[in-house]
Design a protein around this ligand. Structure first.
Ligand code: NIG
Length: 404
């Protein structure tokens, strides 16, 4: 195990509460120069990174934490999850593995079980999923509503989510609940539901897909949410070709997620969104979901080659991706999607941070950024793909505090 001790150098002034992390075999910064440092140390003061440099030049600190020769990465930024749910759909998954196609209708099943869980039970389920994520190296987490699908339930789920994660997304437009009138439900989402969730959420999302919401309904929901001050994200092109990607780009969404079925125009639209000055629309790939639904893996390699910013996220939910393991997503991106280890780690850190527009704060290890560190029980980050499925998370600091 790593050791904590007082620093030997008591002559220089050490800031109260400062901690120097040493014994780092490889430091993947994901900074603008893509630096991977060997023999580096990191000084943490409060919740910030205060210094990074050669260990032998390190400033004094109140405490020294020696990692004993382990690799350090930025904490994962998981920009797409649906953690507010009760029950599971293991039988649906088993039927799928036997040849059934995925159908969004399962969302209605989870809606029923989740409505049946009281606040304390639901909050405990969310908290345990958040802890699983942190234990696997995640230090910044987004989650969505979308299993409430009524004004009261969506507001309840948004409130519970806001107490547990860093960013919350309103996904009232996940599915028209079973038995409801589509036009009436859409009016609810755009009116009283949006108003009820508004105090708890920063983002809005729609499931723009055949069988869920078409382009026109999606556009109306997103425009109303933008007018209410929410940032935009879209579930698009998951189960087949469709308008989701181009709608996301047209409306300036921060991210379009899934992106399994893309044509040339979709890729060009995404690339075009990154051609100008500001940030464009991130293409968020969800490899655990792709495997669980037997969809073609999202074309992350093609998107990167076209100049699109790509994120990797877990999409933890009971229907299509019951995992919070970002390390699994990174391994899969390297082993199956043609990304280098460095590209995959970037997508799971900086990419997610850009998809949530928090890359000035988290996603890379740089002076002034939040001290979110993921320590591997391995000498180099390539072990994530080289030893897939192994429990490689050794320690996690979130905002300068030990979280796992
Ligand atoms: O991101 N695609 C829509 N929503 C979820 C699945 C929800 C479910 O099946 O419960 C997703 O995959």
């Amino acid at each position: 195990p790593a050791r904590t001790q007082s620093t030997a150098d008591s002559t220089a002034a050490a800031r109260p509460g400062s901690m120097l992390i040493t014994g780092i075999s490889e430091l993947t910064t994901q900074d603008a120069e893509h630096r991977v440092l060997h023999g580096a140390a990191v000084l943490v003061e409060g919740d910030r990174i205060a210094w990074i440099g050669p260990a032998e030049q390190a400033p004094a600190a109140e405490a020294v934490h020696d990692l004993g020769g382990r690799a350090v990465l930025p904490g994962w930024v998981d920009s797409h999850t649906h953690l507010v749910f009760a029950g599971d759909r293991g039988a649906e998954f088993e039927a799928r593995m036997a040849g059934e196609a995925y159908s969004a209708g399962g969302i209605g099943v989870t809606m029923e079980t989740t409505r049946g869980a009281d606040d304390a039970a639901l909050a405990a389920l969310v908290a345990s999923r958040v802890q699983d994520a942190v234990d696997g190296g995640t230090t910044f987490l987004e989650t969505k509503t979308g299993y409430g699908l009524s004004v009261e339930e969506e507001a309840r789920h948004a409130r519970i989510a806001a107490e547990a994660v860093d960013a919350v997304t309103f996904l009232g437009a996940h599915l028209v609940p079973p038995g409801a009138d589509a036009a009436e439900y859409l009016d609810q989402v755009r009116g009283p539901m949006l108003e009820a969730v508004r105090p708890h959420v920063q983002w809005a999302d729609v499931f723009c897909e055949r069988g869920a919401f078409d382009a026109e309904a999606s556009r109306r929901v997103l425009q109303d949410c933008a007018a209410a001050g929410l940032g935009l994200r879209v579930h698009g092109n998951q189960l087949g070709p469709g308008p989701g990607v181009r709608l996301a780009v047209e409306l300036g969404a921060a991210s379009v997620d899934h992106v399994n079925h893309l044509d040339d125009a979709d890729v060009e639209a995404l690339a075009g969104s990154w051609a100008g000055e500001g940030a464009g629309t991130v293409a968020t790939c969800l490899p655990a979901c792709d495997l669980s639904t037997r969809q073609p893996l999202a074309p992350a390699r093609r998107l990167l080659d076209a100049g699109v910013e790509v994120a990797l996220a877990s999409n933890c939910n009971p229907g299509t991706s019951y995992t919070t393991s970002m390390s699994f997503c990174v391994s899969t991106a390297v082993l199956q999607m043609g990304l280098s280890l460095h590209e995959a780690v970037r997508a799971a850190t900086v990419g997610g941070a850009r998809a949530l527009r928090v890359d000035d704060e988290v996603g890379s290890l740089e002076v002034g950024k939040r001290a979110d560190l993921h320590v591997l029980d391995a000498p180099a980050a390539i072990h994530l793909a080289y030893r897939p499925g192994m429990p490689l998370t050794h320690a996690v600091w979130r905002a300068g505090r030990r979280a796992a």
